[in-house]
Write a protein that binds this ligand. Structure first.
Ligand SMILES: *Cc1c(COP(=O)(O)O)cnc(C)c1O
Length: 407
């Protein structure tokens, strides 16, 4: 084909839509119920750290609470206070706090605090008098990650100090927590070691006179695979987002990311595309331009493998993903600018899933869902028609998408 037959002018059109991340709260509700059914004897804590795994912390919290969760978990006092500011009154536990976190504000807001060390215990005791109510803490034992939580060698001393503070009326020990390193691989030996260590840690609290109402070890994977980890409470984060790290239960992905094709151009065979000319068109083709890139959370390492769905067909991303732009190969299809590309979704219509993106980038779904950047517009949807007709709360009654409530 000669160059003269090529129309080199890109087609553009007024594009009113913009890249948008939609969280389907009905999927979050369905996941909450599915997981709760696996641990019928335990309460469910919805872990809504990292903005509810990128789904909107307050929206996920309200949805999970309406679907059976009774508590919330976060990894900073700030995240907890944001939930309170959104009008959420349910019990919240915050862990991973530095010793100089604003424990006074947390206690005043009725936020429970994980205590992994005696330094943390002293900081909570020091903060509580100004808070106007007693502090509630969950003692955190390291059950195998060597990351957060008190080492076993420190545990008895931490428990004794907490018991003394309880007797002085300085705080109330409401829970004991641990966490498992390899729960996504149920056969891993470390799970049995973690379970045994946790049981020992609970025994020590009892022997020292503590009576914590909540004992919790399991996150999503352990909850779905090992009832011995359930205790009185399970902490569920990834599962609410439709991610089962153990790959044993079918959960429902809740996020859909779309972007408009903002322009379309026809190029000749042999035309190199994008930075570094990493890809050269093998034949005459049409390229579509999407206005999002790695600054928006699409992993650059997925370049050369990733695809999106446009008009019912998978289209490959070509060349290197840019900071703000992605180029897709539309082949001979006449796709007008303004057409919507589905970057990922639940997969119902053949679109890629976040699991596909994770595989393309050599990472896990958690990193994809929590990585979508702030300049992507957020919406919530309530596709209740896809699920059992169980009402899930006043905020989720319509099938229309609405701007997300908190941002
Ligand atoms: C994030 C987190 C959870 C939730 O884990 P998922 O696997 O996402 O369910 C539970 N416990 C702790 C300590 C966490 O940091």
């Amino acid at each position: 084909m000669s160059a003269a037959t090529i129309d080199a002018r890109p087609r553009t059109a007024a594009v009113t839509s913009r890249p948008t991340l939609t969280a389907d709260l009905a999927a979050v509700a369905a996941n909450t119920r599915t997981i709760a059914a696996h641990a019928p004897g335990s309460a469910l804590m919805a872990v809504v750290k990292a903005d509810g795994f990128g789904h909107g912390a307050a929206d996920v919290a309200r949805t999970a609470l309406a679907a059976g969760a009774t508590r919330l978990g976060v990894t900073s006092v700030d995240e907890a206070l944001e939930l309170r500011a959104a009008g959420i009154g349910a019990p919240i536990l915050s862990w991973l706090n530095p010793v100089d976190a604003d424990f006074a504000a947390a206690v005043a807001a009725g936020v429970d605090l994980a205590v992994p060390s005696r330094e943390h215990l002293e900081a909570v005791i020091a903060a509580a008098p100004g808070a106007g109510r007693p502090a509630r803490v969950h003692l955190h034992l390291d059950t195998g990650l060597a990351r957060d939580g008190a080492p076993p060698a420190e545990w008895a001393r931490l428990c004794s100090a907490a018991r003394l503070a309880e007797q002085r009326g300085q705080l109330r020990v409401d829970g004991v927590m641990g966490h498992l390193a390899c729960a996504d691989v149920p056969a891993d030996r470390s799970n049995a070691i973690g379970r045994t260590r946790f049981a020992w840690g609970v025994e020590v609290t009892r022997a020292l006179g503590l009576r914590p109402a909540h004992r919790h070890l399991a996150a999503t994977a352990a909850t779905l695979t090992d009832p011995r980890t359930h205790h009185t409470l399970v902490r569920i984060g990834a599962g609410l987002a439709g991610i089962d790290p153990s790959r044993t239960v079918r959960l429902r992905p809740a996020l859909t990311l779309t972007a408009p094709v903002v322009s379309v151009r026809r190029i000749r065979a042999g035309t190199p595309v994008g930075y570094g000319h990493a890809w050269t068109a093998p034949a005459t083709t049409h390229l579509g331009l999407l206005p999002l890139g790695y600054a928006d959370g699409l992993p650059r390492s997925a370049s050369g493998r990733a695809e999106v769905l446009v008009r019912g067909r998978r289209r490959p991303l070509v060349g290197l993903l840019s900071m703000d732009q992605a180029v897709i190969d539309l082949g001979d299809d006449v796709v007008p600018p303004g057409e919507i590309a589905t970057v990922f979704g639940p997969g119902d219509d053949g679109e890629p899933t976040t699991a596909d993106w994770a595989a393309w980038a050599g990472t896990i779904e958690h990193e994809i869902v929590t990585g979508i950047g702030r300049r992507i517009a957020r919406e919530t949807a309530c596709n209740e028609h896809l699920y059992a007709p169980v009402p899930i709360g006043a905020h989720c009654k319509s099938t229309a998408t609405v701007p997300r409530s908190i941002r």
